[in-house]
Design a protein around this ligand. Structure first.
Ligand SMILES: Nc1ncnc2c1ncn2[C@@H]1O[C@H](COP(=O)(O)OP(=O)(O)OP(=O)(O)O)[C@@H](O)[C@H]1O
Length: 262
């Protein structure tokens, strides 16, 4: 007989059933089933254009679904309002977005969902400072985000997601274009979150330094789930057998193809 806490642990914090979505006239998701259970770290993998970002964006409501069901913490997505429980890191954009803002201002925006009446109080400012410490950016708190490197930008976006102390993190390629030092900081940050019991769904091109944290991998191909199970084991430089993701920044864009991800 299972205990109450075991049942709670099995309850999905994200559930997609038969989800379809179209962009333009293209069917980008063609019946995706995906579940992330409490405390799980799930990597969403697949070749370029397989629908990973679209799947993530249907969950946070940026892409409308044309069929199927999405639940967040057991609530149908369209009725879900408790976004302070969810930290979202979009596919890398600059944190500045053309608007001059300091690091603190950007990270504070991630705390507004917890602030009463939209006013940041002392506890909120402490949470913002703590989030910056978690990603090793506390010393840059007053700097303009425009002055940061790509990896530092990414750390700030992750701090913004952590500022509401979420129970669920959804991240779209958190390591893309991030220098090695920042990658290590981000891997350590994520490890702390996982130790706290935070559930994580993240799009990755390669498991890389996050590999030890990943419980399960869901591989998409052409808008369908091709694999849902143990993560592919690391091989050589790229952490995926059949790694066939072409990086825009890769020096040699000639991947090995074994079929799993193509
Ligand atoms: N706004 C859009 N209008 C039409 N088609 C789009 C749009 N955005 C994405 N697509 C197409 O939808 C498909 C899935 O894109 P998506 O970004 O979800 O893939 P992905 O697996 O995240 O790819 P990548 O690894 O390159 O980020 C691609 O073929 C893409 O060209």
């Amino acid at each position: 007989m299972s205990t109450v806490s075991e049942d709670a642990a099995r309850e999905p914090v994200i559930s997609l059933r038969g989800v379809t979505a179209e962009l333009g006239s293209r069917r980008v998701l063609r019946g995706v089933d995906l579940a992330v259970r409490r405390g799980e770290v799930v990597a969403l993998l697949g070749a370029n254009g397989s629908g990973k970002s679209t799947a993530i964006r249907t969950i946070v409501g940026q892409v409308p679904v044309t069929g199927g069901e999405i639940e967040i913490f057991g609530t149908p997505r369209r009725r879900f309002r408790d976004w302070a429980r969810v930290g979202y890191v979009p596919q890398r954009t600059t944190a500045a977005g053309g608007v001059p803002a300091t690091v603190t201002e950007v990270v504070s925006s991630g705390r507004l969902s917890r602030a009463r009446f939209g006013v940041l109080r002392r506890a909120d400012r402490d949470a913002v400072r703590h989030a910056l410490e978690q990603v090793g950016m506390a010393d840059r708190a007053r700097d303009s985000v425009e002055a940061l490197s790509g990896g530092q930008h990414q750390r700030v976006l992750i701090a913004r997601a952590l500022a509401s102390v979420p129970e669920l993190l959804i991240m779209d390629e958190p390591m893309a274009g991030v220098d090695l030092a920042s990658q290590e900081v981000l891997a350590a940050t994520l490890r702390e979150q996982v130790e706290r019991g935070v559930s994580v769904l993240l799009v990755l091109h390669e498991l890389g330094p996050l590999e030890p944290l990943i419980d399960r991998a869901v591989v998409l191909r052409d808008g369908c789930v091709l694999h849902d199970g143990p993560p592919p084991r690391a091989v050589g430089q790229h952490a995926l057998p059949g790694h066939d993701h072409v990086h825009p920044h890769a020096d040699h864009a000639e991947p090995t193809r074994t079929g799993l991800l193509s």
